[in-house]
Design a protein around this ligand. Structure first.
Ligand SMILES: Cc1ncc(C[n+]2csc(CCOP(=O)(O)OP(=O)(O)O)c2C)c(N)n1
Length: 514
């Protein structure tokens, strides 16, 4: 057995049985080992940003890391933007990067680069395997690192000679460590802040936005009268009918400040004190009022469900019924395409337990909050703010949750970064309906130009913010990647096209002209 095979066997026996890959010469022994080892599903992606974005969201859906396979520094470099999103989302990823054989590096061949240096900023753990005999043990450590709560990006660099040299066999992976319980002091402090008589906000993030944790937060809110909100970016939040609404903090600074006005007690469970995405002249970076006290009950890495359980016990809220959203499907709208109309179509038609990937930028700024009347679903956002995430994310979601419909809501600008993901959707027949909001523009940047005080765009500046001349033809683009597609230019056409996507089991793309 060679080192590559010992590594693949370690991955499979350690429960990492999915690999998103874009290989090159230095990864050929890993690729060849796939034929000899049962149990590893390998998905080819035609750009590394698809590999890393898919791995991010596979973890968000399953709680188990996938591995990647990337080609040296340049391949890793292509994947960094979505590796950044994965790290910010606290997703576990076993990020495997091929490297030249150790003795070849000193010759400075064309693909030689400082791979550890490329990896470090977007990884939580980096290691270069030193020999074929130890690469399996390094792989086991990488899996353990990726699983460390709440999830980490573990980059394992695999020199070609550690892959082709003789190995002894696979290594054993230690079981994952449990999330850290929250100390009683923090629970008492949280309970005091929520009951001191001042306007309190229980601010949720991470896995507090799901399952029993979210329900407990709702019970606490019903008992104490505190408000409930979630971070603007959530790796995965449950919403829709029957779920406790915890609206996302708005993106726009002034709107966020208005939403937090008057709050005197901020209680954090899995969330951080909210800050604005960017600095804007004359506006604050930290979004809470100056006189607001902050109590951190639990960080994202902690046992958030346990913390909310203890908080509910302390407040005698365990049996208080939470306020939950009820199903409110609107009538299907007709006529000209408006944001309100799109929202109504989505709320009306969203299938039960859909997984929604939200990279809809300006068009979809209000979608998530409006979706509380829709059928129960999961809502996933970018987290790291690096666009080009949504289509790869849909690949990872569809593989991680094969029995659920995945709906990717995409700005046309964002979708262009990683549209190669469409090919993987077609090849793997993934159950994804993609909706591209074709406003032919980087619309958000029109507003941002004014927000940062850069004035009104002239002809040349405007050309940097528009996607026309030529218009992108999303129906043809999708077809070129093997994905069927249709165009909608009115709300009734949108509903019809969306239904067409929902009716099939496989990928479909709707270009919605705005
Ligand atoms: C990797 C990366 N590059 C550039 C940006 C800057 N950026 C943020 S939003 C945006 C345009 C988004 O356009 P689109 O997806 O069409 O959404 P719209 O604003 O039109 O709704 C750009 C270029 C970014 N956030 N990340």
């Amino acid at each position: 057995m060679n080192g590559a095979e010992s590594l693949v066997r370690t991955l499979v026996s350690g429960g990492v049985n999915l690999c998103f890959a874009n290989p090159g010469t230095s990864e050929m022994h890993f690729v060849a080992a796939l034929d000899r080892v049962e149990g590893m599903r390998c998905v080819l992606c035609l750009y590394e940003g698809v590999v890393t974005g898919a791995a991010d969201v596979y973890y968000r859906m399953t709680g188990n890391p996938a591995s990647t396979l990337l080609h040296l520094g340049p391949g890793l470099g292509n994947g960094l933007a979505n590796l950044h999103n994965a790290k910010k989302a606290r997703s576990g990823v076993v990020n495997i990067v091929g490297e030249h054989a150790g003795y070849h590096i000193k010759h400075d061949a064309p693909l030689t680069s400082d791979i550890e240096g490329v990896a470090r900023p977007m990884s939580d753990w980096v290691r270069t395997a030193l020999s074929a005999k130890t690469v399996a043990a390094d792989g086991a450590l990488a899996i353990q690192a990726a699983r460390e709560p709440p999830g980490r990006v573990a980059t394992l660099i695999l020199p070609a000679d550690t892959a082709w040299g003789d190995a002894d066999g696979p290594a054993t992976v230690q079981p994952p460590v449990a999330r850290r319980p929250v100390a009683g002091d923090a629970i008492s402090a949280g309970a005091r802040a929520l009951t001191c008589g001042e306007l309190a906000l229980l601010f949720l993030g991470g896995v507090a936005m799901r399952g029993r944790a979210l329900e407990l937060a709702g019970r606490i809110a019903a008992k104490t009268g505190c408000r409930l909100m979630s971070e603007f970016n959530n790796a995965r939040m449950e919403s829709g009918a029957g779920r406790v609404p915890a609206p996302r903090l708005p993106y726009v600074v002034d709107v966020a400040l208005a939403a937090l006005k008057g709050v005197r007690q901020l209680v954090l469970v899995g969330a951080k004190t909210p800050v604005s995405f960017f600095a804007y002249p004359g506006k604050p970076s930290v979004l809470i009022p100056d006189d607001c006290a902050v109590t951190k009950v639990a960080g994202a890495e902690s046992d958030l469900e346990g913390a909310l359980e203890a908080l509910a016990d302390t407040l005698d809220a365990r049996h208080t019924p939470p306020a939950v959203a009820s199903l409110a499907r609107p009538a299907l709208p007709t006529g000209e395409v408006t944001v309100e109309g799109i929202t109504a179509v989505l709320v009306a038609l969203l299938p039960e337990h859909a997984v929604v990937i939200d990279e809809s930028i300006t068009t979809g700024r209000g979608f998530a909050t409006a979706m509380s009347g829709a059928a129960p679903h999961d809502w996933l956002t970018i987290v790291g703010g690096s666009i080009g995430w949504g289509l790869p994310a849909a690949v990872g979601a569809a593989i991680g949750a094969p029995d659920r419909k995945v709906i990717a809501l995409e700005g046309d600008g964002s979708a262009m970064y990683t549209l190669q993901a469409l090919w993987s959707m077609a090849r793997e027949n993934l159950d994804v309906t993609v909706i591209v909001f074709a406003n032919r523009s980087y619309k958000i940047l029109h507003t941002e130009l004014a927000n940062v005080g850069a004035g009104t765009p002239g002809r040349r500046a405007n050309d940097m913010l528009t996607l026309d001349r030529p218009n992108l033809d999303w129906v043809d683009l999708a077809k070129g990647f093997g994905v069927e597609a249709g165009r909608a230019a009115s709300l009734e056409e949108f509903a019809q096209q969306f239904r067409r996507g929902l009716a099939r089991r496989g990928p479909y793309l709707v270009e919605l002209v705005i």
